[in-house]
Design a protein around this ligand. Structure first.
Ligand code: FE
Ligand code: FE
Length: 275
């Protein structure tokens, strides 16, 4: 699982039973409420690009997000981003990929203008974080807690509950609607940004990093094209650095900002980004 489990499990001491219950409840809500209609509605609602904000201001504001599954956790969100970026830098990966490590979860800042009813708030995060799946087609057993698949109203709708659903064979990943969350949100924000020159691989890493039933579970092959095989390689490459590795050294934000700021400006320009 992405954010809710992996980013936390080894990092702190907490009641394992409690965290499991909170994570499970998150996924129960996510699976039962993320329908095809919901996703289209969220795209229309949130992809308006009307809030200009500096990248670094956004980084700092994201830091205030407390994960509902672990409210006592005092590990700031930004630490995960800095550690992912630093992991890429230490491995000698290209500067644009280091930048992706730094910003890949920045779409979670959607909570700043989100709501409980949309699942995009501090209190309700089922439209913000967690492993995503395709909406408008049958939910696969490779989803975490597959027992919740039956709770999705679309699974009782003949338009949506088949292997292809509303899509066609080989339509390509980019033509699917995935559950709404921070990946898809940030992807569109960056795509809409006029001075964005992040390579295609980086954009794919942003967009599909939470798509675990596909990149790790092996589902949805019916939709894949030759291009998507390349996507898979990119995602698997990036995924190692998204894993939360315990580090005794907590990165120093101000210090690292000096290193990453020129890279961010190289690929995104110096002006504000419209969220
Ligand atoms: Fe993420
Ligand atoms: Fe992440």
């Amino acid at each position: 699982m992405e954010t809710l489990v992996k980013e936390k499990t080894d990092f702190r001491n907490y009641e394992q039973g409690e965290i499991t219950a909170a994570v499970k409840e998150h996924y129960r809500k996510m699976r039962s409420r993320q329908t095809y209609e919901y996703v289209l509605r969220m795209k229309k609602k949130y992809l308006t690009f009307e809030r200009p904000m500096d990248l670094w201001d956004m980084m700092e504001r994201l830091n205030a997000l407390v994960d509902v599954s672990d409210p006592d956790l005092n590990l700031p969100n930004i630490i995960h981003l800095l550690q992912s970026a630093e992991g890429l830098r230490a491995a000698g990966r290209p500067d644009w990929m280091q930048l992706i490590g730094l910003i890949h979860d920045l779409g979670k800042a959607m909570y700043l203008f989100g709501s409980d009813e949309d699942g995009t708030s501090q209190a309700e995060q089922w439209g913000l974080v967690g492993d995503v799946f395709v909406v408008g087609a049958k939910l696969p057993d490779t989803c975490v807690y597959p027992e919740f698949n039956a709770l999705n109203p679309d699974m009782a709708d003949s338009r949506y509950n088949t292997d292809l659903g509303v899509y066609s064979v080989g339509c390509g990943l980019d033509n699917l609607h995935l559950a709404w969350g921070h990946d898809e949100y940030l992807y569109h924000v960056l795509k809409n940004h006029p001075t964005n020159t992040i390579p295609e691989a980086g954009m794919v890493m942003v967009r599909y990093h939470s798509f675990y039933p596909w990149h790790t579970g092996g589902s949805y092959r019916q939709f894949m094209t030759a291009k998507d095989e390349q996507y898979m390689e990119w995602i698997k490459d990036f995924n190692q650095y998204d894993l939360y590795t315990k580090s005794p050294v907590v990165p120093n934000y101000e210090e690292l900002k000096h290193y990453y700021k020129p890279i961010a400006e190289k690929y995104l320009g110096a002006g504000p980004i419209k969220w």
